[in-house]
Ligand binder design. Structure first.
Ligand code: DGJ
Length: 726
């Protein structure tokens, strides 16, 4: 396991417990991607038999030693300028106006552990013995530009991380036009392109389409990763299911403009590219400068999507999320947003908190509307000063009163924004992202602060930190409710304006790093109009994320199912809200809503005082139950047994140590059908499992092969079973 190098053949073999990734250097020059898939042991002869696609006709010969063309070769880090006409990973412009690059292999180094990525989120090790890293340097001899390709192999996880650093070791200015983080090749095109598409309140629906010749891609040009396309791609055999078939997963640890692309060429081979979207991107490197491209996580599963997701979950839960809340139990919270919207005062919030405390809820979160004169969403973003009309004694007094009830207190911020109607805008009308002379297009009546400017980043850090210092605040919900338009900044000269989008992302990463490290005991939850920007980059700073503003139980089944393709349950904020649901108007039972929300990071988003005594008893039981199972849900292995995208039922199973939680949901009752069979997964075949309510005991092999039967007798009904291994 780890990284093997065969000097005779110039082959690098990266081995995880179950996968292999093989690179070779042809003629000491051309770095080729030779294999990625199920673990192999034989690798040295692979270059004798390396995959050359197609006929030479019309392919320029830039590998004369073999009378061959790079257009036919699986280039590991393809650059633009010579014979490879597919989409390059690297494209740059040089001082003479040319944009020809010719990377040749220069050297390699294998190191223990994993280096940090300067200014960027990334997976990490706690001990150097957990992983090995290979760094391969390629050089463009004419210009002196180098790229350092970095690959980390974890001992315990079937994931390979890739990132790229560009160094200008030449004498001229280099303008980078594209620096993707990963390219790999698959040697046939019989795959489906699987991705997560969405919008506000309908995040991450699973989309699948067959690969065809030409380019297929998803991306973002919104400066955030967005609701619309998660920075994730899977390539799966058409027959792949949750439990079988080859699946390659690519998750980009980045929160800005991204690109996930597959190009099938005339020879029917597939190039898979992932990285910062080259659209609207360029970056100037003066001599001696470096540019670090973000990290991509690759995983291969020979047994379907479920295994792919569990690999991402394990890695993200344990080696991407950081800080105290990575391992600590997360609180059950109640948030006042859907209970009051902007219409609250101290008394109302305390009333909600008192009731919440009486049912065992740990944390009261005060959402939008506590600052400036924000009685609706037209104003005050940027003015992080308490509104004394609503909270006459301030945040400290409210937080202390909530603490006195025996609960923690949390607060909402949207620090990246500025309202035109705000003291901040009146004082600094040029602090928003804008281009002089052009319209400043509002969205939700707000503009975005220019985080490429240091003084503005300092303002945000100071404003948020001074509120956090002023009161016993244990939790922050960090919201972000628009995408960027009219990109421009006075922090950069004209020839560097295209650096804006990436510099914005670096700016928000710096702000989050400064604030989270100043308040290590505060639990941060990310949010962007629900689950926009719910990406792996954000999880490095914020261990949980508000999955969607859509809190309807039925809609949430699809949203949470799609989100779980990459994100672990411990990161997915999921709350019970009132009925009829505020987003879709649907009425579903409290138990059903509870079973859906308990499949994530559990909480409430309503005024419990409006519930009947009978409902309050159910709520008490829910909170108690969740506290009992939260370790299983949050740390367990997830098996998706039935998909809301495929039928009337959804079923999820979490296995953690010797306990199992199984959920089963029915949308519509059905009259003529019998019971629905659900087979469990991931159990010990020979062990006995007792279902804790009925006391019935089953063998693991029974549960996995015969399975259990559920009735679909009622609309919006659900069951949760807990099993204890004997
Ligand atoms: C959007 C968030 O997703 C909601 O949960 C809520 O915090 C509102 N913003 C507040 O404006």
């Amino acid at each position: 396991m780890g990284i093997l190098y065969c000097s005779k053949e110039n082959i690098f073999h990266l081995q995880t417990p179950n996968t292999s990734y093989v690179l070779g250097v042809l003629d000491g020059k051309h770095l080729l991607h030779l294999y990625y898939g199920k673990r192999i042991d034989e690798y040295t002869s692979i270059l004798d038999n390396f995959p050359i696609a197609g006929e030479l006709a019309f392919s320029p010969i830039d590998v004369p030693e073999h009378f061959m063309s790079t257009n036919m070769l699986p280039m590991e880090y393809p650059c633009y300028g010579s014979a490879d006409f597919r989409t390059p990973a690297f494209h740059a412009e040089y001082e003479d106006g040319s944009s020809v690059t010719c990377f040749e292999y220069e050297s390699y180094e294998i190191i223990k552990g994993k280096k940090k990525l300067e200014g960027l989120p990334a997976t990490y090790v706690e001990n150097d013995s957990e992983a090995e890293t290979l760094e391969i340097t390629l050089c463009d001899r004419l210009t002196g530009v180098k790229v350092v390709l970095s690959y980390t192999v974890f001992n315990q996880v079937d994931a390979i991380t890739k990132s790229v650093r560009v160094q200008n070791d030449g004498n001229g200015i280099v303008t980078l036009k594209s620096v993707l983080s990963s390219t790999i090749h698959l040697f046939d095109k019989n795959y489906e392109f699987v991705h997560l598409e969405g919008a506000w309140a309908k995040e991450r629906s699973i989309q699948k389409r067959p690969l065809l010749n030409g380019c297929m891609q998803i991306d973002s040009k919104r400066v955030t990763s967005s609701h619309h396309h998660s920075p994730f791609l899977a390539l799966a055999r058409p027959y792949a299911t949750e439990t079988q078939g080859d699946v390659y997963g690519f998750s980009f640890v980045y929160s800005g403009n991204h690109l996930e692309q597959v190009e099938v060429n005339e020879f029917d081979t597939a190039r898979v590219n992932v990285g910062i979207n080259p659209f609207g991107f360029s970056w100037q490197l003066t001599p001696g400068d470096k540019f670090q491209a973000p990290e991509v996580i690759l995983t291969y599963s020979d047994c379907g999507f479920g295994n792919m997701s569990r690999t991402f979950h394990k890695l993200y839960r344990t080696r991407l999320v950081r800080g105290k809340y990575r391992d600590e139990k997360r609180p059950v919270l109640i948030n006042n947003w859907e209970a009051t919207y902007f219409n609250f005062n101290e008394e109302k919030i305390l009333k909600i908190a008192e009731k919440a405390q009486s049912v065992g809820i740990d944390l009261m979160v005060l959402d939008d509307g506590w600052f400036g004169k924000r009685n609706d969403d037209n104003c005050s973003l940027g003015d992080w000063v308490v509104d004394k009309n609503k909270l006459p004694d301030g945040i400290e007094s409210l937080a202390t009163k909530v603490n006195d009830l025996g609960m923690k207190f949390g607060l909402w911020f949207e620090p990246e924004m500025i309202s035109e109607d705000s003291d901040l805008y009146r004082a600094h009308p040029d602090w928003c992202i804008h281009v002089e002379g052009r319209n400043r297009t509002p969205a939700r009546q707000q503009l975005m602060l220019d985080l490429t400017r240091e003084e503005i980043r300092d303002y945000i850090v100071d404003a948020v930190c001074s509120v956090l210092k002023s009161a016993p605040i244990s939790y922050v919900k960090w919201d972000m409710n628009r995408n960027a338009t009219e990109l421009g900044t006075k922090s950069l000269p004209p020839q560097r304006q295209q650096e804006f989008a990436h510099r914005y992302v670096l700016g928000i990463y710096e702000v989050m790093e400064r604030i989270t490290s100043a308040f290590p005991d505060v639990l941060f939850e990310g949010c962007s109009g629900g689950g926009g920007r719910f990406d792996a980059g954000m999880l490095y700073y914020y261990p949980q994320y508000w999955t969607s503003d859509n809190t309807d139980g039925v809609e949430r089944l699809s949203i949470q199912h799609g989100t779980s393709m990459v994100m672990p349950a411990s990161t997915m904020g999921a709350h019970i809200s009132a009925i009829p649901n505020h987003q879709v108007g649907r009425t579903t039972p409290l138990t059903f809503r509870g079973h859906v929300a308990m499949a994530g990071q559990f909480g409430y988003e309503l005024d419990l005082n409006t519930l009947s005594d009978e409902e309050i008893e159910i709520v008490k039981e829910q909170v108690k139950l969740y506290k009992d199972i939260r370790d299983i849900v949050q740390r367990g292995e997830l098996y998706r047994l039935a998909s809301p995208f495929e039928g009337n039922n959804t079923s999820w199973e979490y296995v953690h140590e010797d306990r199992v939680v199984l959920t089963y949901y029915t949308i519509r009752a059905r009259s003529t059908t019998g019971k629905t069979n659900v087979k469990l997964c991931g159990l010990d075949e020979t062990a006995k499992y007792t279902e804790t309510t009925s006391g019935k005991t089953y063998s693991g092999s029974y549960l996995m092969n015969v399975g259990l039967y559920f009735e679909d007798k009622k609309d919006y009904s659900s069951t949760m079973l807990i099993f204890q291994k004997q």
